[in-house]
Design a protein around this ligand. Structure first.
Ligand code: NAI
Ligand code: MG
Length: 358
């Protein structure tokens, strides 16, 4: 059970971030008021690419210390057309995830009631996955460099780093996730044929961890073959564990197979709970639709539900998703899901559904 009163840092950042986070906060307030079961205190953080363009940095001095005081962080998306993506990503999102040791990135996907998968044969219930992504090292450890920049003989290296400590803690967490789900099934995804060092160590560590979870059924796939299986046999998959890069790619595919990148949530968790965890929709800042009022807020609603679950408010988390699915089931959806509602109509409908449900 949760402690029923939570301090949430709100960081909408760039593009459609403020639109979807605004919608998420509205829905969370409706949930808190209607249930009377818990209280949320929101504190706004305006760190964004605008801050970077003005001050040369995303996070002000002492920023991480003040962020640390909250129970959770609700994050929008970072990225602006006039800031290189590697600057924005490393300047804000990774600058929070890595020092806060949010080493488990958890990405559930399913086909929501009322929505359609682009897979002809997949119906609601046929695709219900959780992808657990390593979120602290691997291909995104930031190791490497460039020499002789711009010369024909320029060289660059992008070094993947896999440590036994980080791989084991992540795989163990993924097995716990698999164990908590009805199917108790996990697919360990690597590329240990071509990447013969780090990925072979992953396979070995997974085999060792598996022994501690005799009730969880394990299978193994190479990442390229996994893309085929996700498309052709979605019912055969439940929990997936993979590296930072592999799972990044698989989870965008998963979101698209479930209907839209606009519905999927992400949790960046510090399972030790020494630091606040960070919750965000999977999509980016979507400049092409910014300010048009058409961004799908469902990814943020699902994100908010995952946040409430992590904080211990299971009942609120379940109810929020039931209300979101009821609204989708009534055909109130944004354009990316084939509907014609705007962000505000979907948000109002979900708030109304929440009030009706109590
Ligand atoms: P994106 O996710 O922003 O957009 C991809 C496509 O999906 C676009 O056509 C967009 O309109 C659509 N889309 C995204 N979210 C939607 C929503 N809620 N409702 C309806 N349609 C939606 O990815 P893209 O275009 O590759 O990246 C744009 C910027 O976002 C870049 O600067 C990138 O670095 C950043 N980015 C940031 C992320 C983060 O903060 N975690 C994650 C992914 C990208
Ligand atoms: Mg991604």
């Amino acid at each position: 059970p949760g402690k029923h009163e939570y301090s949430i840092a709100c960081m909408p950042a760039d593009g459609i971030g403020p639109e979807v986070i605004g919608a998420g906060v509205e829905v969370l307030k409706a949930l808190s008021e209607a249930s009377g079961a818990f209280k949320l205190h929101f504190e706004d953080y305006d760190w964004s690419s605008e801050t970077y363009k003005k001050l040369g940095k995303y996070i002000p001095d002492g920023g991480l210390e003040s962020l640390k005081k909250h129970d959770a962080i609700l994050f929008g998306a970072v990225g602006a057309p006039d800031v290189p993506d590697h600057i924005s990503l490393w300047g804000l999102r990774l600058a929070i995830c890595q020092p806060f040791q949010q080493y488990a990135n958890v990405r559930p996907t399913r086909i929501l009631q009322g929505t359609e998968s682009p897979l002809r044969k997949a119906k609601t219930g046929d695709l219900d996955w959780v992808i657990v992504r390593e979120n602290s090292e691997g291909e995104y450890a930031g190791q490497g460099g460039r020499s002789h920049v711009g010369m024909p003989w320029e060289i660059s290296t992008e070094v993947s780093v896999f440590t036994r400590h980080c791989v084991e803690r992540l795989i163990r967490f993924a097995y716990e996730v698999a164990q908590s789900r009805p199917k108790k099934h996990i697919t360990v995804v690597t590329k240990s044929n071509a990447q013969r060092n780090g990925m072979v160590m992953w396979d070995e560590i997974a085999a060792q961890v598996a022994k501690d979870f005799p009730d969880v059924q394990t299978d193994k796939m190479l990442v390229d073959a996994m893309t085929c299986r996700m498309v052709l046999q979605p019912q055969s998959i439940d929990t997936i564990v993979a590296t930072n890069l592999h799972a990044d790619i698989l989870s965008d595919l998963a979101a698209a197979l479930a209907g839209s990148i606009g519905i999927a949530p992400t949790s960046n968790l510090d399972p030790t709970r020494q630091n606040p965890s960070m919750f965000e929709p999977i999509h980016g800042s979507a400049f092409d639709i910014t300010g048009k009022g058409v961004a799908n807020p469902v990814g943020t609603f699902w994100t908010a539900s995952e946040m409430m679950r992590w904080l211990g408010e299971e009942e609120a988390a379940d109810r929020l998703m039931q209300c979101v699915e009821a609204v989708c089931g009534n055909g109130i959806m944004t354009r990316d899901l084939g509907g014609n509602a705007g962000t505000k109509e979907v948000t109002d409908a979900v708030c109304a559904e929440i009030r009706r449900s109590y």
